[in-house]
Design a protein. Structure first.
Length: 97
């Protein structure tokens, strides 16, 4: 099989992917589940769309991603700027009774 930048392996490689998955789950647990929904934290860190576009660098290279730390940082940035629907101060007509 010829080597190509668009070739994807369909099974996880423990050596390569375990740290990525553990780091990603840690960011999710910290930012979206435990610390992100504390009463002293905001429900949303609002920014105007243009400011948010300049704040979040979500560009990915055209070739295979090899910097897994950058992917984890993307997840952290998205969670940081997302609405925390599990927050005790979050009120929405679809989520409250």
């Amino acid at each position: 099989m010829a080597s190509s930048d668009t070739y994807f392996v369909t099974f996880p490689n423990r050596e390569k992917h375990e740290k990525l998955l553990r780091d990603t789950f840690e960011v999710i647990l910290k930012g979206a589940v435990f610390e992100g929904i504390q009463r002293d934290q905001p429900v949303l860190r609002f920014q105007l769309p243009e400011d948010l576009k300049n704040t979040l660098d979500l560009s990915l290279p055209d070739s295979r991603v090899t910097d897994f730390d950058q992917l984890v940082k993307y997840v952290e940035q998205v969670i940081h700027h997302s609405v925390k629907t599990g927050h005790p101060h979050f009120v929405n007509q679809l989520y409250s009774g």
